[in-house]
Design a protein around this ligand. Structure first.
Ligand code: SF4
Ligand code: SF4
Length: 467
């Protein structure tokens, strides 16, 4: 179905990577060249370097990043987070989600093309290996269709061997973010007889990784990725996307058959040839577009050759192309920005007031007061969470309230990363007590250093109130 010369909207009814018979259409993408691709290469280099090097970096004896779900220990830039910090983690995650939504509303799917690990590994590792061994898309097609001769067997074994080796390295690196590099080294040295489970895990993960990049490929973005599926609700006509300027480009036509009123698009298909998801951006914004900008580079090169201004495909919003207006923030983006600013402030504040020791003191449930000689006593439970890397001897003193403290079971030594429980009595002389409910304040100390002050109550007999 055609709406105007050159615009075919049948793409809305089907995936370009699925044939009419329902079979997969393999994408043979051409290697992009151009300014945006150069920036992406630099960014990918730094991201990949960080991914592979970070497990080797230690801060205060802790790995730079660790997400040990099994031991429920998380290290972010050397700062250890325990399950007690879960509220911070949840808030940080909510902030991240709001950030992603806001970013998408304004800048479209830029994350997918420039930062997503799937794209980085696919375009800057796996496809590079493929271009190196199999050659350009024409050579790749030829190789696929040719008989299984020595050349094909050699190239296939070499390519898939390298693919799997990369997957193995990634699996080990990934595991070192989960259980720590030291443990990974330990089990690599020990061999499968001692750590069979670990070896099976590595094999399964590396195989999944190999399968995704050797076969599943762009289908992760076009079929599986939930973020991709949400684009329809996050993008609007004011979102910046990689867009074809149909006002300037249409009606398209070959350069050598120049017709009256012909647009700037010379129908060379260079933009389609480089697309890693196999789409034609001239059909409009599509869910399959990961905003990788390869088509911008390809079209800019064509426009330079035919001596026309660059930017026939560019970052722009649908509105700005249609109306020739400049891109403006819409009300939704402003509202998201406010929410994001509030959330970031709350998270930053909570992180800044986070202490190594967190103490909870409550009067023992079901108890009132006991009389012992010339004093009354109350029983209290104390729980100390130590989020630091060292054992901390903790002492408590009465800051407000004229009495003394008697520990039950000796002094508290808060073990690192653990919750330590204990009990104590507060004794107040009868002559110093003038009410049945008395405000007290308990100080928690690490040596002479006051770490926390905790308000509580001390109860005495009701008779004190009627005196
Ligand atoms: S249409 Fe352009 S930006 Fe979108 S995925 Fe294809 S090449 Fe990348
Ligand atoms: S690369 Fe540019 S000129 Fe060539 S088909 Fe695509 S949009 Fe048209």
């Amino acid at each position: 179905m055609k709406t105007k010369p050159g615009q075919d909207i049948s793409y809305r009814d089907r995936l370009t990577t699925v044939s009419d018979e329902g079979k997969r259409v393999w994408v043979y993408a051409k290697k992009p060249k151009g300014t945006y691709y150069n920036y992406r290469k630099i960014l990918a280099f730094f991201l990949l370097a960080f991914f592979f090097i970070a497990p080797f970096i230690k801060v205060h004896g802790e790995q730079l990043l660790l997400f040990n779900i099994i031991e429920r220990k998380f290290v972010i830039f050397g700062v250890v987070f325990w399950p007690q910090d879960f509220h911070l983690f949840v808030l940080a995650m909510i902030t991240l989600i709001v950030f992603i939504v806001l970013f998408t509303v304004i800048y479209g799917r830029l994350f997918c093309g420039w930062l997503c690990p799937q794209t980085i590994f696919m375009e800057f590792i796996y496809r590079q290996v493929e271009w190196l061994i199999d050659g350009n898309p024409q050579a790749q097609r030829r190789l696929k269709n040719q008989a299984w001769n020595a050349e094909k067997i050699f190239k296939r074994v070499l390519k898939h061997g390298i693919y799997y080796l990369i997957a193995l390295v990634v699996a080990h690196t990934f595991l070192s973010y989960i259980i720590g590099l030291d443990k990974v080294k330990e089990f690599v040295k020990a061999g499968p007889s001692e750590y069979l489970g670990g070896y099976i895990g590595i094999f399964v993960f590396s195989f999944i990784f190999y399968f995704i990049f050797a076969w599943f490929r762009e289908q992760v973005c076009t079929i599986a990725c939930p973020y991709g599926r949400l684009q329809g609700v996050m993008l609007d006509n004011n979102s910046m996307v990689v867009a074809y300027d149909y006002v300037r480009g249409e009606p398209r036509g070959p350069l050598n058959k120049k017709e009256e009123n012909q647009g700037d698009c010379i129908a060379c298909n260079a933009c389609v040839a480089v697309c890693p998801t196999g789409i034609d951006i001239r059909n409009g914004t599509q869910l399959e577009c990961i905003n990788c900008t390869a088509c911008i580079d390809a079209c800019d090169a064509v426009m330079t050759r035919v001596k026309k201004p660059k930017g026939l495909i560019r970052f722009a919003s649908e509105t700005s192309i249609k109306e020739g207006k400049k891109h403006r923030l819409n009300a939704r983006a402003i509202a998201y920005s406010v929410v994001l600013a509030v959330l970031i402030s709350v998270v930053a504040f909570l992180f800044s007031v986070r202490t190594d020791i967190e103490t909870t003191i409550l009067r023992a449930p079901g108890t009132l007061y006991q009389e012992s000689g010339d004093s009354y006593s109350n029983l209290y439970n104390i729980e100390v969470v130590n989020k630091s890397r060292d054992e901390i001897p903790v002492s408590i003193k009465l800051i407000e309230g004229n009495g003394s403290i008697k520990m039950i079971g000796g002094d508290i030594v808060a073990k690192k990363g653990e919750l330590t429980k204990s009990m104590f009595l507060i004794l107040i002389k009868k002559k110093n007590l003038h009410s049945s409910k008395n405000k007290i304040e308990i100080g928690v100390y690490d040596g002479d250093r006051l770490i926390e002050t905790i308000p509580s109550t001390f109860v005495g007999p009701n008779a004190l109130d009627v005196k």
